[in-house]
Design a protein around this ligand. Structure first.
Ligand code: HEM
Ligand code: HEM
Length: 294
């Protein structure tokens, strides 16, 4: 029983940590990264707690394991795969390694999509285990009955679960997950848009490189690809210039003479040390190239 209670607490902590990881805007990136790693370690601990079950199901997977056990094993396998993807992509885009990625948006997209898919699987798993969750919660939170010395062998109360318990459990978990997912949808749209723009820019660069004089090819292609373009206004590549006009960059106001490279998916205009892993400052003016004007 003690084991069940500690498992219950661990399951709740993992789920809450996982949900909070969707609120990067509230936690900030530093906390987000550590929290993500902590959730992953919690999952590993959770897996170790169930290792006997894993061994017995996998050794009998094509034998006497029940259909339900196989389904659980499949969902657990997919969940594990999802968490490995989240951590792997998270580490690649993290500020810890600060890798110089040309396809940052693609990694971030995979990071977000795998987070959403894994969360949906986790909700499904909670749905499959709702009876255990409710019964264990009842044991934890219902105070033990006072022992009457005259009744030496009290009859244990059968703990029953009702449809209402199911609705409350799934309502809470479902609502939390829906809020978490809707919180990242705007970022996802922006990342989608900027990765499309990045792809188009790459294609344009390739065309420009092919059409250019043979001697100038590589320099021109580099100049075009190194400039972030605006996702919404799609600045023609002909106007693209390196972000090296320090006098104008301090004023992020749009005017005819200014070109805004507002391709930051978060619409930020951040200054050193930057608020996200995409912070780059090629002209060393203390402002992120993705949010500045020149
Ligand atoms: C947010 C993520 C997760 C939540 C909320 C969660 C929740 C649960 C719950 C409520 C149970 C049944 C009760 C118990 O803990 O004894 C369980 C069992 C189990 N979990 Fe998880 N789990 C999660 C992720 C994972 C992952 C990634 C794995 C990796 C392989 C995993 C492996 C298992 C295993 C092997 C069992 C026992 C068999 C089963 O009933 O599925 N869980 N989990
Ligand atoms: C439970 C695990 C995790 C989940 C569910 C998760 C989920 C997310 C989500 C939904 C976003 C997009 C948020 C937004 O734009 O509003 C994001 C961004 C990000 N995550 Fe994670 N993450 C997890 C773990 C990690 C880990 C372990 C790291 C690195 C060590 C990491 C690094 C990042 C970075 C660098 C960003 C991008 C920030 C930006 O460019 O704006 N994440 N994550």
């Amino acid at each position: 029983m003690k084991n069940q209670k500690s498992n219950w607490y661990l399951d709740v902590v993992i789920l809450l940590g996982f949900l909070v990881s969707f609120f990067l805007n509230l936690t900030g990136l530093a906390v987000h990264q550590w929290l993500g790693v902590a959730v992953f370690l919690g999952i590993m601990f959770h897996l170790v707690n169930h290792w006997d079950w894993v061994k017995s199901v996998f050794s009998n997977f094509f034998g006497k394991a029940s259909g339900r056990a196989r389904l659980y094993a499949l969902i657990d396998g997919l969940l594990l795969y999802g968490f490995v993807m989240i951590i792997e992509t998270g580490l690649v885009i993290s500020t810890w390694f600060n890798l110089n990625l040309s396809n940052y948006e693609v990694w971030l997209e995979i990071h977000i999509y795998s987070s959403i898919a894994t969360l949906l699987l986790a909700v499904l798993k909670v749905g499959l285990h709702w009876r255990w969750i409710v019964k264990t919660a009842a044991k934890i939170f219902t105070p033990a009955p006072k022992l009457n010395p005259q009744v030496l062998n009290p009859v244990p109360q059968a703990s029953t679960v009702s449809r209402r318990d199911f609705l409350v459990t799934m309502g809470l978990v479902g609502l939390g997950s829906a809020i978490a997912i809707s919180n990242v949808l705007p970022s996802l749209k922006k990342v989608d848009a900027s990765s499309t723009v990045a792809q188009n820019t790459e294609n344009t660069a390739t065309t420009a490189a092919t059409q250019a004089e043979p001697t100038a090819t590589s320099t021109q292609a580099q100049a075009v690809t190194s400039v972030p373009t605006d996702a919404s206004t799609a600045i023609p590549t002909a106007t693209a210039q390196p972000t090296a006009l320090p006098t104008a960059t301090s004023a992020p106001v749009a005017s005819n003479s200014l070109v805004c490279y507002a391709s930051c998916p978060k619409g930020r205009h951040c200054s050193f040390p930057g608020q996200c892993g995409r912070y780059t400052d090629s002209n060393s003016n203390g402002l992120c190239d993705l949010g500045e004007c020149s």
